[in-house]
Design a protein around this ligand. Structure first.
Ligand code: ARG
Length: 468
């Protein structure tokens, strides 16, 4: 008995079932622009090589441009029966220019065609993501400069550990994003070889010029092995790995914003732009955008895992399983792009409560390490001994439910007689951060210098792009 809820859809003919499972046009229509770009380069090369006549190549090019225009303006009708974007474009081309359209597929197969289309798409997407990530870095650097000297608690184990500055915290994400951009750039470098001309799997007997098509499409060179050319999806896997790591960074940041925005922390306020109210609890303002950035990392990571699993059992060269490479990648990279955009918006939007952050920065005996360091520096004690003395003083303060700086000199001397009043100078939060001048440390002067370095570097990148 067929299930009434969904059985009907598949209870038709075997033909209908085959179309349903086989067709990729529902998603690979997104490769239309790249497909046409690839075909234009291919036919120009075929003409150059004397495989098709100039007249035919011109007719095909004009036809392809018309197809492109029809797709862009939305008048193109995609057909499921035609399976995928390649067949949809070619079939429309035949309607426009007649049987000469059939010469376009000389010395080519859909196997190398889809490989080149998808490489072009991933490359375009990497370029777009790189620009977006630069934008997010830029927003972070601006806020870091603004808050280079504003203190907040630095955490380990989510317990207040030592004071840091808010600017320093934001610059941590600038570093992560720099590595993300580096990973995308690496992936792009390896991706940038052209599989077009590998044909079905073994190359072709036509006198094609693969250097020419590679150059025309902006690739560094043609791929060297025809089997590898049509069976390789490393370029998607690498882009998705970079995306998964990046999404993980954004997720951690999302989590921090969620924490910071709680009334309990009260470190930042987000405007209505990135929060929603509760339908039942009027007092609430929920950091939905930050939560979604955190949550959406799941599908980005999932898409990477999905394709690894698809690929792991495939013998060389092409298998239809590989058609499963697209939806996950489209979704993952589009999702990441949206998350970067949302994060950039939140970074620009968030209003830190610097007073609350500063108050919290001093809580939890966060300057205990400064006290221990003072004992080492001033009294020349071994650090382990200084650590022990500080521990006793923290216990004393904690028993009295007060701060370290509130202990009297005689209290301190009861634990270590050589302590003098200059110790109080290091017990303040501001003093603590100012003293952390080691390279990469949180001193406001460091943070300001780092932020300025980043500002200059990002501006230089933008300028270099502008002069292209
Ligand atoms: N739609 C196919 C894909 O995305 C195109 C390649 C088809 N090749 C084939 N031999 N059936 O993988």
């Amino acid at each position: 008995m067929s299930n009434k809820m969904w059985g009907g859809r598949f209870a038709t003919s075997p033909d209908a079932i085959m179309t349903e499972i086989n067709a990729s046009i529902g998603f690979d229509h997104r490769l239309a622009a790249q497909d046409i770009r690839g075909s234009l380069a291919h036919v120009a090369m075929l003409a150059e090589a004397g495989v098709v006549t100039r007249e035919t190549a011109d007719a095909i090019s004009r036809g392809l441009n018309q197809v492109q225009a029809e797709i862009e303006s939305g008048v193109f009708t995609f057909s499921r029966a035609l399976e995928d974007i390649h067949m949809n474009v070619e079939s429309r081309l035949a309607e426009i220019i007649g049987p000469e359209a059939g010469r376009l597929h000389t010395a080519r197969s859909r196997n190398d065609q889809v490989a080149v289309d998808f490489r072009l798409w991933v490359r375009d997407t990497i370029d777009h993501l790189d620009a977006q990530l630069r934008g997010l870095q830029s927003a972070l650097v601006d806020r870091a400069l603004e808050h280079a000297g504003d203190t907040m608690p630095g955490f380990t184990h989510l317990q207040s550990a030592q004071p840091v500055t808010f600017g320093h915290h934001l610059l941590a994400y600038v570093e992560m994003l720099a590595r993300d951009r580096g990973r995308f750039a690496d992936a792009r470098r390896r991706l940038n070889e052209c599989p077009l001309g590998a044909a079905a799997l073994a190359g072709t007997s036509f006198p094609i010029d693969r250097e020419q098509t590679a150059r025309a499409l902006g690739f560094d060179r043609p791929t060297a092995n025809s089997l590898d050319s049509v069976s390789d999806r490393d370029f998607v896997l690498e882009a998705m790995s970079a995306a998964a790591v990046c999404a993980t960074h954004l997720s951690r940041f999302g989590e921090e914003i969620v924490l910071w925005a709680t009334p309990q922390f009260g470190f930042v306020n987000l405007s209505d732009a990135f929060t929603t109210g509760s339908s039942i609890m009027p007092q609430k303002r929920n950091p939905d955008a930050a939560e979604l950035v955190r949550g959406k990392s799941g599908r980005v990571i999932g898409a990477l895992t999905g394709l690894l699993v698809v690929m792991k059992g495939l013998p060389l060269a092409y298998s239809k399983d590989m058609q499963e490479d697209k939806e996950g990648a489209f979704d993952a990279l589009h999702t990441l792009s949206l998350c970067v955009e949302a994060m950039t918006g939140m970074v620009k939007d968030l209003k830190p409560d610097t007073k609350r952050m500063k108050a919290a920065a001093g809580a939890g005996y966060s300057t205990a390490t400064d006290l221990a360091d003072w004992l080492v520096r001033t009294l020349n004690l071994p650090f382990r001994q200084a650590h022990h003395i500080t521990g006793s003083l923290v216990r004393m303060a904690s028993e009295r439910k007060t701060g370290l700086e509130k202990l009297s000199l005689s209290d301190m001397r009861a634990v270590e007689p050589k302590i003098d009043e200059t110790v109080f100078a290091v017990l303040g939060v501001e003093k603590s951060v100012k003293s952390r001048k080691s390279y990469g440390g949180t001193a406001p002067s460091n943070v300001r210098a780092q932020a300025r370095r980043w500002r200059a570097r990002l501006d230089k990148e933008l300028k270099a792009l502008g002069s292209h």
